[in-house]
Design a protein around this ligand. Sequence first.
Ligand SMILES: CC(C)(COP(=O)(O)OP(=O)(O)OC[C@H]1O[C@@H](n2cnc3c(N)ncnc32)[C@H](O)[C@@H]1OP(=O)(O)O)[C@@H](O)C(=O)NCCC(=O)NCCS
Length: 157
Amino acid sequence: MSAILKDAPQQVPQLTPMRDADLAEVLEIESAIYSHPWTRGNFADSLGAGYQCWIWRRGGELCGYFILLVAAGEGHLLNLSVAVARQRSGHGSALLVEAMRMARARGAQHLFLEVRPSNLGAKALYRRFGFRQVGVRPGYYPDHAGREDALVLTLAL
Ligand SMILES: CC(C)(COP(=O)(O)OP(=O)(O)OC[C@H]1O[C@@H](n2cnc3c(N)ncnc32)[C@H](O)[C@@H]1OP(=O)(O)O)[C@@H](O)C(=O)NCCC(=O)NCCS
């Protein structure tokens, strides 16, 4: 995994289960990087539902996290986030690799996710991993002007 990371490769973050006690830090990142961030309730519901909720922490610093749902042979990546200060250093790629590995280990044959058409960075990341577009959900996301579509992407695991 350290091969993917470009910053301080001698210290690789640890992937650990997200806990209630992490939510304040998670929400701080979430509100800094999304125009319409998940709420504490969204994270609490994911934890309560038993989704795969993982954080990526280096020392005391929370660098990122993801939320993954695996059911009926399919994985759904519901949230993938990297702290602003840590973006473009390989952490998103590292987390995506972990999510793919976890989904595969739980029997998923495909990984699905939604992304905003305007989210050029995330689209570039997913394209690099070989995700392909399989659909569009019209008006799926709220945005400042009303609603924005979601592109549905998938990758065979
Ligand atoms: C999308 C996100 C998870 C990517 O995480 P990251 O740690 O910056 O990603 P990486 O450093 O692993 O980037 C890998 C590659 O993806 C592409 N990429 C990532 N961010 C990009 C950006 N802002 N613009 C263009 N390409 C980008 C590049 O090809 C990059 O490789 P490079 O840096 O060598 O050019 C992160 O930017 C983020 O949390 N964004 C806000 C939340 C979000 O949009 N999440 C996804 C919702 S679907």
